[in-house]
Structure formats: structure tokens, C-alpha cells
Design a protein around this ligand. Structure first.
Ligand SMILES: [Fe+2]
Length: 213
């Protein structure tokens, strides 16, 4: 069937997202299983439940468009999920592995935010507010999931960074005697640089109205 109208185009895009969401429901349990952080496991499991609701919402959209639910294979999602599954097999563990999984999951979320943005805009364009409203809800859930993953990633990075700093401190203590003289000279240079910077602050630093919140 030719794709000629905005409604035809909307329908095609909905079929793609319908397939993408179904693929995601199969991938999320594997990501949850591979994750170490309890927060990350919970986020993946919670998003699985959310995704099932999103599939139901898409079925409602098909209904509003007078069509039966139908999938069109979403190759992009297939590729993103395959790449995510490769990550679960990588030789990494703990927080580093979790950060890899988050990276893979966020690529999926961004694809979805983009896809739902397109169909929501098309629905608005043809004046179908019921469909636009359903799609907007999912678009917001995907964006919220992305933000949540960013938050978990920030925590995990701090943990990894904390561990690396402890290791660095131990190494520095061992090297301290050899390098003390050189370090003093470098420190003097650093001080001069810092004084210069303080004397001429960048103009942006003088007006920072956002800090009052
Ligand atoms: Fe989704």
C-alpha cells in the first residue's frame, strides 16, 4: 500500500515502534540479569513493566486509526539490542559493566524518544489529539527513564572514581620520596598560573544568577 498521507506515514512509524517495543520487552530481562547495581536492576525491571503498558498504548493508537495492530521489523532496534547484548558478554564487571549496560540502554531510549517525537508530531499535525496524547505519555516515560539512567550512571562513576583515587593515593605514597624536589618546583609554577587566573576572572563568573535556588 502506498504511503501518501500524513496518516499513512503515522501508521508506518507506529508499526516500527510496535515492533521496537516488543523487542525491548525481550531484551530488558537480560539487561536486568546482567546488572550488578540493585538500583540499575530495579530500573530495568520497572521499565519492562512500563514498556508493556506502552505496547498496550500503541494498540489503542491502532484502534483510533481504525487498524489492527501490526509490526514492521525495526532493524535499528535489532542492531541496538544486539550491541547491548554484546556488552553483557564483555570482560568487565561491577560498576564498569553496569556503566556499559547503561550506555547501551540509553541508546535505545534515545531512539524511542526520537521515534515517539516523530509520531506525536504527526498525530498533532493531523489533529488527532487522542493519539497525540497517548504518544506524548510514552515519549515522557522514555525521557524520564533516560534521566533516571543518567542519575544511576553518575552514582556509579563516583564509586569507580573513589576506588581509583584510593589506588592512586597508595601509589603516590610509595613514590613520594623520589619526586619531592621536582614536585616543589612544579607547585611554584602552578601557583603563579593560579594567581594570574584569579586576577582576571572570566566575565561569565561575575554573573551567575542560577546559584540562588
Ligand atoms: Fe518504550
Amino acid at each position: 500500500m502506498p504511503i501518501e498521507t500524513l496518516e499513512d506515514l503515522l501508521l508506518e512509524e507506529i508499526k516500527d515502534l510496535y515492533d521496537a517495543e516488543k523487542q525491548i520487552t525481550k531484551a530488558l530481562p537480560k539487561l536486568a540479569k546482567a546488572a550488578s547495581s540493585p538500583d540499575l536492576k530495579a530500573a530495568f525491571t520497572e521499565h519492562l513493566e512500563q514498556t508493556k503498558g506502552q505496547i498496550t498504548r500503541l494498540e489503542e493508537v491502532f484502534g483510533y486509526l481504525g487498524r489492527k495492530p501490526k509490526s514492521k521489523p525495526c532493524l535499528a532496534m535489532k542492531g541496538l539490542i544486539e550491541e547491548g547484548q554484546e556488552q553483557t558478554q564483555e570482560d568487565a564487571e561491577g560498576s564498569i559493566k553496569d556503566l556499559m549496560l547503561i550506555g547501551a540502554a540509553q541508546k535505545v531510549e534515545h531512539y524511542e524518544v526520537s521515534g515517539y517525537g516523530t509520531v506525536r508530531t504527526l498525530a498533532e499535525g493531523i489533529g488527532n489529539e487522542e493519539v497525540a496524547s497517548l504518544l506524548r505519555q510514552t515519549e515522557e516515560e522514555e525521557a524520564e527513564t533516560d534521566r533516571k539512567l543518567t542519575g544511576i550512571a553518575a552514582q556509579l562513576m563516583q564509586e569507580v572514581d573513589g576506588v581509583s583515587e584510593e589506588e592512586e593515593d597508595e601509589e603516590e605514597e610509595l613514590d613520594e620520596d623520589d619526586e619531592e624536589g621536582d614536585e616543589d618546583l612544579e607547585d611554584e609554577d602552578d601557583l603563579e598560573d593560579e594567581e594570574e587566573e584569579e586576577a582576571a576572572p572570566p566575565p561569565a563568573a561575575t554573573k551567575a544568577p542560577t546559584k540562588k535556588r
